[in-house]
Ligand binder design. Structure first.
Ligand code: MG
Length: 228
């Protein structure tokens, strides 16, 4: 990140310009609603929505009855919110298919990594059946993983994280590939500090045609705010 920032500085460019963006733009991140009992998740989601967050990343676990219950309650309570469902590899193929079937009439934005990273055949099956786009996260680290997932149609979208793919140049390779293949991505993060989140923000500006969702909410957890 330091090196890429220096390359931009050498040309007297802002990082987003160096990465190909014409202008600085506002980036809208989602906000994570952590896995908890239903009432607590509802309460957290309503609070986030009231604070202006329209894109909610809902963390669900392996209790599929709870997952279905929470999703139905949230989509009923907050019809204007965009719900991104993250199962974090917790579901079996059977549970994932049950979830998809139950959610047929719910306008969910996506389902992230429903099954274990290694279970690509199951992921593909879910992608084939689901009307909701399926996002690969733990199944997609490298460009080779991404190419395999896209060419085998195992998922509709890819979650790219700087800490997962190995830095800015690796992320750019994946984003360039996704652009050519017309695959939409999420730009996510781990729990990260302001420098790497800032770099990711510049990437999101430069690839706004590819990056449909930005999941860079770790600064919301900082004790002190930061500015780029
Ligand atoms: Mg994830």
């Amino acid at each position: 990140m330091a090196f890429v920032s220096l390359l931009a500085q050498e040309q007297s460019l802002e990082l987003y310009e160096y990465l190909g963006a014409k202008e600085k733009r506002k980036i809208q991140t989602d906000i994570t609603i952590s896995l908890n009992p239903k009432e607590k998740m509802l309460q957290d989601a309503k609070k986030a929505f009231a604070n202006g967050h329209r894109i909610l990343k809902i963390k669900l676990g392996k209790d599929i009855a709870h997952a279905i219950d929470v999703t139905q309650a949230l989509s009923q309570a907050l019809p204007q919110a965009k719900l991104l469902i993250d199962a974090n590899q917790a579901w079996s193929l059977k549970d994932a298919l049950l979830y998809v079937e139950t959610m047929q009439n719910r306008p969910l934005a996506l389902i992230e990594q429903p099954v274990k990273a290694k279970e690509l055949a199951a992921l593909k099956k879910i992608t084939q059946i689901s009307h909701i786009p399926i996002l690969a996260d733990e199944a997609a680290f490298s460009l080779a993983d991404v190419k395999h997932i896209i060419t085998s149609r195992s998922a509709d979208m890819i979650n790219i994280k700087l800490m997962k793919c190995g830095g800015v140049t690796k992320a750019v390779e994946i984003l360039e590939y996704a652009r050519v293949k017309n695959v939409k991505c999420m730009l996510g993060s781990m729990l990260e500090g302001p420098i790497s989140i800032g770099v990711a923000e510049h990437l999101a500006m430069a690839y706004s045609d590819v990056i449909e969702y930005v999941d860079l909410d770790s600064p919301l957890l900082y004790k002190k705010g930061f500015r780029l």
